[in-house]
Design a protein around this ligand. Structure first.
Ligand code: PLP
Length: 383
């Protein structure tokens, strides 16, 4: 898209007429395109009865779009209903070499990553946590110390859902590969707002979903698995859509697909796929690299505003160590979210901080409104 963001794309998100929307880290704003896709799903259902051929085509369309998004091939993509579903299936099938039963995770992982990795302790793995430093980063030196020749897997989040801190996942992958460990990247808080290229990262596994910066809704996610790793992973968390021949309806045997479809489960979430495809198409049209640049300008503007009013930012200041979300310390984060909501500014909260997240549709005026809102409620800011 040649025009400067946010420009005319704001018209495609009706909520922007009524509110300042800075909550994309939780859920992207609803576009007319995604609403129309849901309507199309109902029209197809009503007009055609049970058009499963068309619906399976839509699911394959989601796979193709995820592949385009990540610079992967469709055979390396599992279309899942959540990050949790993909990670559970993946970890159920990963067999680490003798003596490599350690899983290293950062303290910035989403709960589901902590819970699924700790569940592997029931099967003989042990989980090692890498703590954050006082500057709200996961230092690469700490990761390098924890990742050793007993490590089978490292789980690292691209952008922390807690505070917006971004980790250099390319460097984590390099460090892990040096000692023979694999890496699972949770891209959920970045994908759609930060370009992700699995070839450039030399990634093993990447998960994410569409409901935040990919502008879809809940119920559609992906798991990328690098092609050469597929033969060595046989999930035990599975379902009939993971079978090599779905239509065989075979109940006497387990023969998973040779492709990343082996990580799938039951009937695909067709309505969410219609919506997710529309969201991904919209982001493709708008451009993720252009969005990243636009959001970078907005977050810089926000930081200037925070400094002006004396607010304490929790996210690292270094632009290479933050993504589309900036967290600000409060004395009562829920009260701050509620007060701003009264003012028509939609935000969310974690760990005592208010989370302000920006996307292609946010404007400089949005930033000024947020800064003015925080100043109005400055009694709830930590200085
Ligand atoms: C970093 C991160 N990972 C995972 C999830 C959620 O995963 P799931 O699709 O399993 O609900 C979120 C959602 O908020 C997230 O922010």
């Amino acid at each position: 898209m040649a025009t400067q963001l946010p420009g005319s794309i704001r018209d495609r998100f009706p909520i922007l007429e009524r509110a300042v929307y800075t909550n994309s880290c939780s859920q992207g704003a609803l576009s007319n395109d995604v609403r129309a896709a849901y309507e199309q799903y109902m029209t197809d259902w009503d007009d055609k009865g049970a058009p499963w051929e068309l619906w399976v085509e839509q699911a394959e369309g989601a796979r193709a779009r995820f592949a385009r998004l990540l610079n992967a091939t469709p055979d390396e993509i599992a279309v899942t209903t959540s990050v949790s579903a993909g990670v559970s299936s993946l970890l159920s099938g990963l067999r680490h070499a003798e003596g490599r039963n350690k899983i290293v995770i950062s303290d910035f992982e989403f709960p589901t990553i902590g819970q699924i990795t700790h569940a592997q302790e029931l099967l003989g793995s042990k989980v090692d946590h890498v703590a954050a430093a006082s500057d709200t980063t996961i230092p690469l030196e700490r990761l390098a110390e924890a990742i050793d020749d007993e490590t089978g897997l490292v789980a690292i989040t691209l952008v922390s859902f807690r505070n917006g801190s971004k980790t250099d996942v390319k460097e984590v992958i390099r460090l892990a590969h040096e000692v023979g460990a694999l890496v699972l990247v949770d891209s959920f808080q970045g994908v759609g707002a930060i370009p992700i290229d699995v070839q450039d990262l030399n990634a093993d596994f990447v998960v994410g979903g569409v409901l935040k910066y990919l502008l879809g809704s809940s119920g559609l996610a992906f798991l990328y698995c690098r092609a050469d790793l597929l033969p060595q992973i046989t999930p035990t968390v599975t379902g009939w859509f993971a079978d090599e021949d779905i239509f065989k309806m075979d109940i006497y045997d387990y023969s998973p697909s040779a492709t990343a479809r082996k990580f799938e489960s039951g009937t695909p979430p067709i309505p969410n796929i219609y919506a997710g495809n529309a969201g991904m198409d919209l982001m493709h049209e708008i451009g993720i690299a252009a969005t990243e640049r636009h959001v970078g300008r907005l977050t810089n503007q926000l930081i200037e505003g925070l400094d002006r009013i004396g607010a304490k930012m929790v996210t690292p200041r270094d632009p290479t160590k933050r993504g589309p979300m900036v967290a600000v310390a409060t004395t009562d984060e829920q009260a701050m979210v509620a007060a701003l909501k009264e003012d028509g500014i939609l935000t969310s909260a974690r760990d005592g901080n208010i989370r302000l997240s920006f996307h292609c549709y946010n404007s400089e005026e949005d930033i000024e409104s947020v800064v003015a809102g925080l100043e109005r409620h400055s009694d709830m800011l930590v200085r």
